[in-house]
Design a binder for this molecule. Structure first.
Ligand SMILES: NC(=O)C1=CN([C@@H]2O[C@H](COP(=O)(O)OP(=O)(O)OC[C@H]3O[C@@H](n4cnc5c(N)ncnc54)[C@H](O)[C@@H]3O)[C@@H](O)[C@H]2O)C=CC1
Ligand SMILES: O=C(O)CCC(=O)N[C@@H](CCC(=O)O)C(=O)O
Length: 484
């Protein structure tokens, strides 16, 4: 089913770089194998993209939109197979993988609307605003949403008239291949979308290629910061970074306890905590109300069903992306415990396999813990005395992606909203499950002020402002000191 190949200039072909494999994290089944792209493969893809891009940018927007819609139709027809592949390669439950495919399909019409609103052409008398594509852009994807998140860069980039070099996560090559096959079968002209499989060496070769006009990155803050340093001083190319978070959730005493519990679980443990938007820090009030809420939360967390993606009944959470990722999470938890954290419900390895972890809740109140994103099902509890203290704790992070506020006093929420420094701020709603009809991005170590989703059109195009007349005309009066 999978070719294990790269896709360059409309052709599937063997890579010339290091061997690469991907496995189902639930049972270790081999899902994909092939070779990475080496520097020569990378440069050939850029040359093909450069040639294809100019004709693509010349097309009327309606022509590009028609191709995008053909791709959406292909996704729709293959949706169940694609969801199953996502579920198997990432380990996420099938119900969740189906949601990812739905988001991918939804991205097409959203991007067409966003391009018209944020980019497109406007004229007011002699003043004309147009938008132009950058040229050849690269998209680096993370593993947690191997379809939806790269798709969220690729679709608006192609729509704007760019050509794309796509380097998926080395942990999800099979999903990337299936996605690119859909574009091919939808009739995308050769060279416009090139698939370069590989690890960080392939990514580094893409980022260093002289033909690169822009890089749209979704991944960890560590890699994003590295790319930012590499691009420092280079104003020729655009870099859009969507990175991690250490997202806080402030809970105030409230009436709708069951709903709040449901939303805290979705915030912290959806996708086994492998979403950048997941809540990592839960701030609860000291005292009886906070303690009662905590006991209900611990009980509900302990009953979350963890299992393989196709299990029936369906689990709430699957395994982590790999046994190695699970091991790193357990080590992070051990470090927090060594610093003095209290294990209220420690995350544990489960008998289903080495990548399976139970959801964990540990208390770190009063402890100076590192400001790190732990990308898995581990929630850290911090108790506070009053709202302003909670806000200070919530803001004490170098990240600024998402935050949530649970409470029924709107004035309190507004008070927090004026002080929160994040790109996504929700009130009585989970931090996860962002809307594609809004911008999505963060401040600080979470992004570089190029939010994605609805605002992706902004980094896929650049504006050209013109004052135009069919013929030059003289002003009523010449400027002082000028004669003609
Ligand atoms: N803000 C957002 O929209 C989102 C952010 N994320 C973040 O992504 C992370 C999880 O994804 P991962 O795949 O582990 O991220 P990662 O940073 O390890 O990898 C992301 C991509 O960068 C490539 N890469 C890694 N090192 C590189 C290097 N030195 N040079 C060039 N390319 C390199 C990888 O091969 C991959 O394609 C989490 O931190 C999460 O918070 C995930 C989803 C959404
Ligand atoms: O890109 C969009 O359409 C909106 C952003 C989005 O879907 N975010 C998701 C996943 C991002 C992640 O955490 O990996 C979310 O907020 O749950």
């Amino acid at each position: 089913m999978h070719t294990g190949q790269l896709f360059i200039d409309g052709q599937w072909r063997e890579g010339r770089g290091a061997p690469l494999q991907s496995f189902n994290p639930a049972d270790g089944t081999l899902l994909w194998q092939g070779r990475s792209a080496d520097v020569r493969d990378v440069h050939e893809a850029f040359l093909a993209a450069r040639v294809a891009q100019s004709a693509w940018a010349e097309r009327e927007p309606a022509g590009r939109e028609a191709l995008l819609r053909a791709y959406a139709e292909c996704l729709r027809q293959r949706s169940e197979a694609l969801a199953l592949l996502i579920a198997r390669e990432v380990g996420k439950p099938l119900w969740e993988a189906r949601g990812e495919v739905t988001s991918m399909i939804g991205k097409i019409e959203l991007s067409i609307r966003a391009q018209a609103e944020r980019a497109g052409t406007r004229q007011d008398g002699a003043q004309v605003l147009r938008h132009r594509p950058h040229g050849v852009v690269a998209v680096f994807g993370p593993y947690n949403f191997p379809g939806h998140l790269p798709n969220g860069h690729i679709v608006p980039a192609l729509l704007a008239g760019n050509a794309v070099i796509f380097k998926p996560s080395e942990q999800t090559p099979a999903v990337a291949e299936a996605m690119v096959a859909c574009w091919q079968d939808a009739g995308l002209p050769p060279g416009l979308l090139n698939l370069l499989q590989g690890e960080r060496d392939t990514g580094a070769a893409i980022a260093a290629d002289g033909e690169l006009d822009g890089l749209f990155f979704t991944g960890s803050s560590r890699t994003g910061a590295l790319l930012h340093r590499q691009f420092a001083g280079d104003t020729r190319r655009i870099l859009a970074l969507e990175m991690g978070g250490n997202n806080p959730l402030i809970v105030r005493p409230l009436q709708a306890v069951d709903a709040a519990l449901h939303d805290v679980l979705l915030s912290a443990f959806l996708s086994s905590g492998q979403r950048c938007s997941c809540a990592r820090r839960l701030l609860l009030p000291e005292g009886d109300w906070g303690e009662a809420f905590l006991q209900r939360l611990l009980a509900a967390t302990a009953t979350l069903r963890v299992g393989a993606c196709e299990d029936q009944p369906q689990p709430f959470m699957g395994p982590l992306i790999s046994p190695r990722a699970a091991q790193q999470l357990l080590e992070a938890q051990d470090q927090l415990l060594a610093l003095g954290a209290r294990a209220l419900l420690p995350m544990q390895r489960l008998p289903q396999g080495a990548a399976f972890l139970s959801p964990g809740l540990i208390e770190v109140s009063g402890i100076d813990v590192p400001d790190e994103e732990h990308f898995g099902p581990l929630l850290q509890l911090i108790r506070y005395r009053e709202l302003d203290q909670a806000i200070a704790i919530a803001n004490a992070t170098r990240y600024g992606l998402a935050a949530g506020f649970f409470g029924e006093d709107e004035a309190e929420y507004r008070h927090y909203a004026r002080r929160a420094r994040v790109g996504v701020l929700n009130w009585n709603r989970p931090t996860t499950g962002a809307s594609g009809a809004l911008p999505f991005g963060g401040t600080g170590a979470s992004g570089n002020h190029h939010p994605s989703a609805w605002y992706a059109a902004d980094y896929c195009n650049y504006p050209v402002a013109s004052q135009e007349a069919p013929q030059a005309s003289l002003p009523a009066q010449l400027p002082p000191g000028m004669q003609l």
